[in-house]
Write a protein that binds this ligand. Structure first.
Ligand SMILES: Nc1ncnc2c1ncn2[C@@H]1O[C@H](COP(=O)(O)OP(=O)(O)OP(=O)(O)O)[C@@H](O)[C@H]1O
Ligand SMILES: [Mg+2]
Length: 274
């Protein structure tokens, strides 16, 4: 066990996630500006904001895919600002990506299997070991939970787009993360698939903390119990789903001058008012 992992067990009183003064610049572009954020264990937090607001960048600095320019990130009280992303699963952090990162030439089972070996710190390998059967059983259970039970031996490249999104969530959840971060999980899903996604997220264990980036307001506001809104790299609003629905700033961010400059046509007006 790593020192970080043993410290997790000793410090349950901390927020699961604490960001202090987190900033990220790309050359001259300030993608995040002094973001402070605490997330408590079991919270379901939606991160909203227009295109380019910095939502994915926020995820990337939390997961260590990017090192922030300044500020600190703690998971359960442990400063992991500079901890490499490959070690984050051992802290109980898992995520999905806006663009799928599955292994397209492998089966559903293989993808769910490899996700578990990755968390155990093993090299990615389909080589059969003593633990193999247990991990394969867990893979099959998770496939069923994301409605892919009958596709367990299907090669990922043969799945529909929606099924691949479901599998991606399964890959994140199969490691039993304490904190799961989903970047636009509903994008590209049909209405029926979105409904199943909401049910899946609502059915997660109460202690699982969820961070959700989602442009589909209905999905975001149904799943979340707290919402933060990013605009131009700053947190500009925070509240319950009901408060956010009625927030002037949120309407300005989505529907005002700023939004006109950064592109529209994604149906958010109807979503927010609906
Ligand atoms: N690796 C990078 N290098 C340079 N610029 C980047 C990089 N990643 C993000 N950016 C820029 O940072 C800003 C924030 O991008 P980010 O992807 O975080 O936005 P977002 O809120 O996730 O948007 P979307 O809703 O379109 O996914 C954008 O201007 C983007 O072009
Ligand atoms: Mg994004």
């Amino acid at each position: 066990m790593t020192p970080a992992a043993s410290a997790v067990d000793l410090q349950p009183e901390h927020p699961i996630l604490r960001l202090e003064g987190v900033a990220m610049t790309f050359g001259g572009l300030r993608a995040l500006s002094r973001v402070d954020l605490d997330v408590q264990p079991g919270e379901r937090l939606a991160v909203l904001g227009p295109n380019g607001a910095g939502k994915t960048t926020l995820f990337n600095v939390i997961t260590g895919d990017l090192a922030p320019t300044s500020g600190t990130i703690q998971v359960l009280g442990i400063d992991c600002t500079h901890l490499p992303s490959r070690l984050r699963p051992r802290l109980g952090v898992a995520r999905t990506y806006q663009k799928t990162r599955l292994f397209p030439g492998l089966t559903v089972s293989d993808n769910l299997y490899l996700a578990q070996t990755g968390k155990l710190g093993r090299h990615l390998s389909l080589w059969r070991s003593g633990a193999d059967e247990r991990l394969r059983t867990r893979a099959a259970e998770m496939a069923a939970r994301v409605w892919l039970g009958s596709e367990i031996d299907t090669v990922v490249g043969d799945l529909s787009h929606g099924q691949q999104r479901q599998l991606e969530i399964g890959v994140a959840l199969v490691t039993e993360p304490q904190l799961v971060m989903l970047d636009e999980p509903a994008s590209g899903l049909s209405r029926g698939e979105r409904e199943r996604l909401v049910q899946l997220l609502e059915g997660l264990p109460l202690e699982t903390t969820v961070l959700l980036i989602e442009h589909d307001m209905e999905v975001a506001l149904r799943v979340a119990d707290r919402v933060v809104v990013l605009s131009e790299g700053r947190l500009v609003a925070e509240g319950t789903p009901d408060e956010i629905r009625n927030d002037r700033v949120v309407h300005d961010v989505y529907l005002g001058d700023h939004h006109d400059r950064t592109g529209s046509g994604n149906g958010r007006e109807a979503d927010l008012d609906g």
